[in-house]
Design a protein around this ligand. Structure first.
Ligand code: IMP
Ligand code: MG
Length: 180
């Protein structure tokens, strides 16, 4: 373990079990639908890769990039679309948004409304992590890997100032890393 990690919240083995459980549920729930797994860059990229390998039904994939965070540990509150979903007709698609973590809930509640307005047949959400105690808008995900307390986490795609994304586990940073 790197010496700026306070503790591990989910090991590679924990994550593997969670992902396989979620993939099985999604495969069952979407077997008669037209699934599009929509990865929210960059944080969800590792989760997306694991999940899509374990889903046993046909799926298309796509990507959007949004920013709601600055470079630190606090949300800026506004949601900007940096890379949009470039498809003209969403009316035959059942979109499942794949996200790394839900904090205030603003990013996902905004994206769900946005994609419904663009005409998607259905829009649901799947997040690896959820911090329910941080919510400022009323939002709950359809699929959730793990609820966690209000701690800043990194690894498995999640960053602090663009670092730590490639760690294969989810950990809590030592507070001195982002307070110094
Ligand atoms: P929300 O719009 O406040 O729900 O923000 C969700 C986004 O904030 C996630 O996609 C992450 O990019 C970022 N985020 C929230 N909490 C954490 C954390 O603990 N570690 C890293 N990124 C986080
Ligand atoms: Mg994110």
């Amino acid at each position: 373990m790197r010496n700026d990690i306070l503790k591990v919240l989910a090991s590679e083995e924990d994550i593997d079990k969670i992902v396989k459980g979620l993939a099985a549920k999604i495969s069952e729930d979407y077997k008669d639908k037209n699934l599009l797994m929509l990865c929210i860059l960059k944080g969800a990229v590792v989760f997306m890769g694991d999940l899509m390998k374990n889903v046993t039904i046909p799926t298309q994939i796509d990507f959007m990039k949004v920013s709601s965070y600055g470079s630190g540990t606090e949300s800026s509150g506004s949601v900007n679309i940096i890379l949009d979903l470039h498809r003209t007709d969403l009316s035959n698609l059942d979109i499942l948004i794949i996200e790394d973590i839900i904090d205030s809930g603003k990013t996902l509640s905004h994206l769900v409304e946005y994609l419904k307005l663009k005409g998607a047949r259905s829009v649901k959400t799947c997040t690896m992590l959820d911090k329910p105690s941080r919510r400022v808008v009323d939002f709950s995900p359809d699929y959730c890997g793990m609820s966690i307390p209000d701690e800043f986490v990194i690894g498995y795609g999640l960053d602090y100032a663009e670092d730590y994304r490639a760690l294969p586990y989810i950990g809590v940073l030592k507070p001195e890393v982002y307070t110094k």
